[in-house]
Each structure stands twice: as structure tokens, then as C-alpha cells.
Ligand binder design. Structure first.
Ligand SMILES: [Zn+2]
Length: 400
């Protein structure tokens, strides 16, 4: 009997440990709640995202309604992200990381800070958090393996001038200055490829990276996709439409430090996004340009060597000793937190729809939580303090 109990205890611990971290298989999709956010795990130093290419319009998330907000889907950019990733894999044998917001922009704008992104809705807010958790997971893997990398935020613009608009966080008028000026610290410090300016294989300057022969813009232009900035089209003229990069480019590029550079690519519609044949054709070209860009500026080893250990951490590593049990549970859940952590630690429990169903401060070492009936088949338990999330785990409700 004792042996049997020990065996059950051992299995139980193994099960809990397995839930803390997850070994991700490159090329495979992982989802947040309700499949609103999708992460295709990668194993190379390239991250792609499509924050405005979603279709889902669940009725329980009200349409966003905020002053000055945009609600239009960037047509076929989700498809473009997938095709680009497939084409990069075909070229290198390595998988880029891909983060996709599958919610329609009416419900969630995954290229804005939280208040505007979710417009106060908790379910959309949860999806927003997941989008950025997956981004963080991708970044952690890139930094932990190659120490540096490139992030591309994919969008679509509806402007009349049919060219790619590449955003580096430099405004239209800032891009109009001379190469000598744009190479100065004032402009470099604002650039989403700031780290690359200080550390690139050819030792070239900011202007070369933005609009030289091996700039991303020119690599696309050479292959039949006009782009600004590029060598052939160095800046958008005053009065012409131009997007210079948004929230994600700012958050995940290197303008604010770090060794992952960011470029926002706003794709025109005609011949690029207007049908899936053109999406696939452009995705293949973008993949060639990206691999070339990484080869020329970032890495000396062959592209086939860029893949690294196929593992990553999906959720934060737990503080030692934090436990939520039993799992599966029948009626009540126990949240156990060691003494040193319990100071100002809180719990939140979300149901399958991302709705917050229980929260509170962990006052003693152990909190006993009963959830509102009828119970659903699983929940997400999150434990956090003012420094961030300490623990996150799915718990399953068992009906006997
Ligand atoms: Zn967009």
C-alpha cells in the first residue's frame, strides 16, 4: 500500500513538473485560449508576426469602439506569414518563429498597447497577453541560442502607391535627411535596427542598412517588389503616404536596446496580397530576401547551421515549491506557495473563455479555492506578484 502511494505521488509530481515547461517542436503550432493566438515554434534567429491578419469574430468579445482606432484587417497577411515561414524552411531547413493573432482587428489589435488593443475587454486582454508571451518565448529562444536575431512585423497598407513601406521607427521627414546625417547618433538611437548598425558583418553604416544595395528594401526591389526606403527609392516624398513602424517594432526591435532588430513591413495590395497565388509568390521572395539579409549582415555560418536546440520555455519557470493541486481536481483547488513568495502574491483563475472566475491575495501559505458552478472542463491558474507572473498552469476538472 505504501509503495502504491509513493508511486502515485511520484507520477503526480512528474505530471506537475511537465506542465511547468513545455518542449516545443519546431514547425508545430501552439495556441492560447480558444485558439485566438497561434505560435508556430521556431529554431532559428528569425521571428515573424502577423498582428492584423485575423478572421475570428467571437460574439462574447464586443467590437472595439475607441476614438481614432483602426479596425480593418490587413488582408492575407496571416497567409503571408505562414508562406514566408514555409519558404524560409525550404531554403534553410530551419523554422522561423511565427506569432499570429487569429482574432479580427475589430476584436483585438495586437500592434497597440493594451488599453487600445483590447478596449477594456478581459478576453481580448488575455489574448493580447498571450500574443506577447509567445513573442517573449520566441525572443528568449533566439537570444539563448544565437544571441541576436531579426524580427519582422507583417502588415498590409491600402495606400495608392504600390510599394512596400518598411518601418524603422524613423519618420518620413527623418528619412529625408542625407546619408551623412542619418548615420549620426541622433538618428541611429531611434532606429529599430540600432543594434545592427553597431554590429554588422560588413561594418556598414545606418544609411547602407536602410537604403544601400543590401538593405531589405533594395533586396525586395531587386526581385520585383518596389520598396521604400531602398537604394532606388530612398524615402517617401512629403505628401506621400508612409508607415514608419508601430508598437511591436518599437517593443521588439533594438531601438530601446537589446540584440534583436525589428523591421515593420507594410505590403501593398496589387500583385502582392490580392490573391493567394501572389501571396505565395511574394512570400517566397521575402524569404529569399530575409535569408540574404541575415547572411550578409548577421551570421558567418551557412543558413543550414542556423537551427539550434529545438526547445523553448512556453510559460515562466515556477518559483520552487509553488503548487496547485489536485490536478485533475473534483471540487476545490489548493494553491500552495512557499513562505518567501507569499508576500503580496496573488492568484487569478480563468475559465475556458478567458473569463476571470476567481482571484485573490494569497494570505497564508495555502489558499483553498472553490470555483463557481457549473464547473468547466479546464481552467488556467496564474500566480503573480508585482514583479510579474510566477506560475501559470492549466488545471483540469474531473467529473466522476
Ligand atoms: Zn497592420
Amino acid at each position: 500500500m505504501i509503495h502504491r502511494l509513493l508511486l502515485i505521488g511520484g507520477l503526480f509530481l512528474a505530471q506537475i513538473t511537465a506542465a511547468f515547461t513545455q518542449t516545443l517542436i519546431p514547425g508545430q503550432s501552439y495556441f492560447g485560449q480558444n485558439n485566438y493566438i497561434e505560435y508556430i515554434a521556431g529554431n532559428m534567429p528569425l521571428i515573424l508576426s502577423a498582428p492584423h491578419g485575423g478572421y475570428l469574430e467571437p460574439a462574447d468579445i464586443p467590437d472595439r469602439d475607441c476614438t481614432g482606432c483602426a479596425y480593418v484587417r490587413d488582408a492575407n497577411t496571416q497567409e503571408l506569414a505562414r508562406e514566408t515561414a514555409n519558404a524560409v524552411y525550404a531554403l534553410t531547413g530551419c523554422y522561423p518563429h511565427v506569432v499570429i493573432n487569429r482574432l479580427h482587428r475589430k476584436k483585438l489589435d495586437a500592434n497597440r498597447d493594451l488599453p487600445e488593443a483590447a478596449d477594456g475587454n478581459a478576453i481580448a486582454g488575455q489574448a493580447w497577453s498571450e500574443f506577447h508571451s509567445f513573442m517573449d518565448s520566441a525572443r528568449t529562444q533566439v537570444l539563448g541560442t544565437r544571441g541576436r536575431g531579426l524580427y519582422i512585423d507583417l502588415h498590409g497598407h491600402g495606400h495608392d502607391i504600390q510599394r512596400m513601406e518598411l518601418g524603422y521607427l524613423l519618420s518620413q521627414s527623418e528619412l529625408q535627411v542625407t546619408d551623412n546625417q542619418i548615420n549620426t547618433a541622433f538618428y541611429v538611437a531611434q532606429s529599430s535596427i540600432e543594434n545592427l548598425v553597431g554590429d554588422n558583418l560588413g561594418g556598414v553604416e545606418h544609411a547602407d542598412l536602410l537604403r544601400g544595395e543590401n538593405s531589405m528594401g533594395q533586396l525586395l526591389a531587386d526581385r520585383g517588389y518596389p520598396a521604400v526606403p531602398s537604394q532606388s527609392d530612398p524615402f517617401a516624398e512629403t505628401g506621400e503616404p508612409y508607415f514608419n513602424g508601430g508598437y511591436n517594432t518599437n517593443r521588439y526591435g533594438s531601438a530601446n536596446g537589446g540584440t534583436i532588430d525589428g523591421i515593420q513591413i507594410e505590403c501593398n495590395f496589387d500583385g502582392v496580397r490580392n490573391n493567394l497565388t501572389n501571396v505565395n509568390r511574394f512570400g517566397d521572395t521575402l524569404a529569399v530576401a530575409l535569408v540574404h539579409f541575415l547572411q550578409v549582415h548577421y551570421f558567418t555560418d551557412a543558413p543550414g547551421q542556423w537551427c539550434q536546440t529545438p526547445s523553448s520555455v512556453l510559460v515562466p519557470a515556477p518559483e520552487p515549491g509553488i503548487r496547485v493541486y489536485p490536478n485533475p481536481f473534483h471540487s476545490n483547488l489548493v494553491i500552495r506557495v512557499p513562505n518567501e513568495t507569499q508576500n503580496e502574491a496573488f492568484w487569478q483563475i480563468f475559465d475556458m473563455n478567458g473569463k476571470l472566475v476567481s482571484d485573490g491575495e494569497i494570505q497564508t501559505e495555502e489558499a483553498r479555492v472553490s470555483l463557481p458552478h457549473p464547473l468547466q472542463s479546464f481552467y488556467i491558474v496564474k500566480i503573480f506578484n508585482k514583479e510579474g507572473v510566477l506560475f501559470c498552469q492549466k488545471v483540469v476538472h474531473h467529473t466522476f
